[in-house]
Ligand binder design. Structure first.
Ligand code: FAD
Length: 650
């Protein structure tokens, strides 16, 4: 193809600071196939896009290249621009002269030469591009939400309230997540359960929400708009429909086990309802600890159940659901204290984590809201709070800031003083980060109203001496050593991604970062979308965050789902793999390398050939590289295009 127009962007000084854009225009103007080249300060701006439209019409351009930033940022923008001027959007290409050139070079002359070569390679590619039309697929207007914390609850309610059926899968016996464990919430100190419980109940009764609690996603197949999901229901050993949640069985069960909800500070029975506000409020038998399952004797719960709901023969159950979009809201966990050897490795009963302290503060907690030491029930008169336990410690633990700990530590210290006004609260901190609406004011309140002592320093050790715990540190402001004897230590443990999230991400074929948090498509412009179409992210599954941010992100994910459901048909990128049937030997190599299961072998004209499911293909190119016969090509990135691009570069 000839008739190409090249538009070179200055991107302010992002490109023009290093690359001589005028020279780039001069050099590309005369390259074969190019009939027009010009530069502009911001090509993505409204006037910049208008220039492109006008030139397409004036010069009858048959292809357009914008030499600017990465295609991940503005490919869609410029495809829309050229389409609005009547050009096929696949006859547009980005030449990345910012991220791959001006940002990574300092020498102006070399950077300018490199920019020219990048553009020439893209001209060669574009000359062989085909005009394509997007692949159209139908959309199933039902959503799946994985994880029933506040993120999953909010996303489910928003989608369901808009009139679409929503499947909510929660792996624990109840929804609620960590918010259900909190006492009061910063910065307003509302009671966590009081604001969460109504939403949990709404989920339980919503006509458009199908709740699968104590269940997990086993398999996902299909593609955006058309997923098939296999859900595994774990056996509760309770007939769900018969159980009325009366709790009689709980009173009779002879087995006591550490309660997960109470963070090990209280016990539960082997048959249990996780907490009083649980949704669904149905019992579950923990077979690992139940006498009957372990010894073959007992069955007390069965004897006393007034509705004959106990069913020891229940097995795992599998159901299949069809959905169009999936929101992943699997939340977070705390970095295990056992990994922090310097603070007692979890062996000192009175060194506890933030969630345990939440339970001590909670009126429905193990001490009915009285703060008492786990070891002996004594009221702790001096409590040390240690921030950044595991966070911001790249040498020993995790490099990142857990973001919410400064705020909940201030909350803990303030609430401690509300409960024990004559007690002493000492916070060891590295820095305090209180960015958020009304957060700094809350922090000031904690320090002033609570008379909390803040010491800048990271304790090096916590040891036990008799009845006391001793915290060793250095005051970073004075340089002096500090030794504090106290009754209890509360560690603000780092936030980590939920266990099992990597396995789930593999099943869903979505990406995670190095720490297991789910990766968004773009950190600024597409923060709730995953890189794989049809998957949306909400809450701490994507990154550590507080409740307001979690709820905002969950509603944003729901809005994206609703945007998809508002469309008659979905459009899928036509930049997919193709197979030349005459050359294909049916060797199946492409099937084993395809990460999207977009390949099948089918009989055709008396032989076996590979076929591409275009709706599933994401155009990653793995099959193209693997095909030994060269029968597989990728649209608009064919072998011939690649070799022409390489030739143009040298
Ligand atoms: C000590 C402490 C105090 C805090 N105090 C405050 C506060 O005062 N104010 C505030 O704004 N924030 C506070 N936070 C932060 C708050 O807890 C989080 O912002 C919020 O809970 C995040 O909700 P989420 O739904 O993303 O995650 P979670 O609450 O972790 O919920 C995730 C849910 O997903 C489920 N799940 C996980 N994996 C799977 C799977 N594979 N399949 C199905 N289900 C799965 C989990 O069982 C869980 O129910 C505090 C945090 C801590 C640690």
């Amino acid at each position: 193809m000839d008739g190409i127009g090249v538009f070179v962007c200055h991107c302010g000084i992002n490109i023009a600071g290093t690359v001589d854009v005028e020279k780039v225009v001069e050099e590309t103007k005369n390259y074969p196939g190019v009939i027009h080249a010009e530069d502009y300060i911001y090509m993505c701006s409204d006037p910049g896009q208008n220039i492109i439209r006008e030139r397409i019409r004036e010069k009858k351009l048959r292809g357009v290249i914008v030499a600017a930033c990465s295609p991940t940022l503005h490919e869609t923008t410029f495809r829309r621009t050229v389409a609005s001027a009547g050009l096929n959007p696949y006859l547009f290409e980005c030449a990345n002269i910012r991220e791959q050139c001006s940002w990574v070079h300092e020498n102006r002359q070399w950077a300018t030469q490199k920019a020219i070569r990048i553009i020439k390679t893209i001209v060669e590619k574009l000359r062989l591009n085909e005009a394509l039309i997007p692949i159209k697929t139908p959309v199933t207007r039902r959503a799946l939400v994985i994880g029933g914390g506040i993120a999953g609850i909010q996303a489910s309610l928003d989608i369901a309230d808009a009139g679409y059926e929503t499947i909510l899968v929660e792996r624990e016996p109840s929804i609620g997540g960590h918010m259900a464990q909190l006492s009061e919430t910063f910065p307003t100190l509302d009671c966590s359960q009081c604001i969460l419980t109504p939403k949990m109940v709404e989920v339980g009764h919503h006509p458009n929400i199908k709740l699968y609690s104590y269940s997990e996603v086993e398999e996902v197949s299909g593609y955006v708009g058309n997923f098939k999901v296999k859900i595994k229901g774990k056996p509760r050993f309770i007939d769900f429909d018969k159980c009325i949640g009366c709790g009689i069985c709980l009173g009779k069960c002879p087995v006591e086990v550490a309660s997960e909800f109470e963070q090990g500070l209280a016990t539960r029975k082997a048959i249990y309802i996780p907490f009083p506000q649980a949704v669904p409020a149905k019992a579950v038998i923990d077979a690992e600890h139940c006498f009957y399952f372990q010894t073959g004797r007992c069955k007390i719960c069965e004897k006393f159940c007034p509705t004959e709901a106990v069913d020891y023969n229940q097995k795992e159950e599998f159901v299949e659901e069809e959905v169009g979009a999936i929101v992943v809201a699997t939340g977070y966990e705390l970095y295990p204290v056992e990994k922090i050897t310097e603070y007692g490795k979890g062996e000192y009963k009175d060194v506890i984590n933030g969630l345990q302290f939440e339970r001590l503060l909670s009126a429905s907690g193990p001490t009915q809201g009285e703060i008492r030491r786990p070891s002996d029930g004594k009221i702790p008169k001096t409590v040390v709070f240690i921030s950044c336990a595991g966070s911001r410690d790249p040498e020993h633990h995790l490099p990142y800031c857990s973001k919410i700990c400064c705020m909940y530590t201030a909350k803990h210290a303030l609430l401690y003083k509300h409960h024990i006004p004559d007690g002493e609260a000492i916070v060891f901190y590295l820095d305090t980060r209180t960015a958020g609406k009304d957060y700094e004011e809350f922090f000031t309140r904690a320090r002033e109203e609570g008379k909390v002592t803040y010491i800048k320093g990271k304790p090096s050790r916590v040891i036990k001496e008799g009845d006391d715990l001793v915290v060793w540190s250095v005051n970073q402001l004075t340089g002096g050593k500090i030794q504090v004897n106290c009754d209890m230590v509360v560690l603000s443990m780092a936030i980590v991604s939920s266990s099992g999230v990597l396995e789930l991400a593999r099943k869903l074929k979505i990406q995670t970062n190095a720490y297991g948090f789910l990766s968004e498509a773009h950190p600024k412009l597409r923060p709730v979308e995953s890189l794989v179409p049809g998957f949306y992210l909400a809450g701490c599954a994507q990154a550590q965050k507080d409740i307001p941010d979690t709820v905002a992100q969950a509603s944003a994910a729901a809005a994206k789902v609703l945007d998809m459901f508002s469309q008659e048909e979905l459009q899928h990128e036509p930049l997919v793999a193709t197979v030349e049937e005459d050359i294909c030997s049916g060797c199946e190599m492409c099937i084993s390398v395809c990460p999207y299961e977009a390949r099948e072998i089918k009989p055709k004209n008396g032989k076996r050939v590979a076929e591409v499911n275009e709706a599933l293909c994401e155009g990653c190119g793995a099959c193209v590289a693997a095909c030994p016969a060269g029968a597989t090509q990728q649209r608009n990135l064919r072998d011939l295009q690649l070799s022409k691009m390489v030739e143009a570069a040298f």
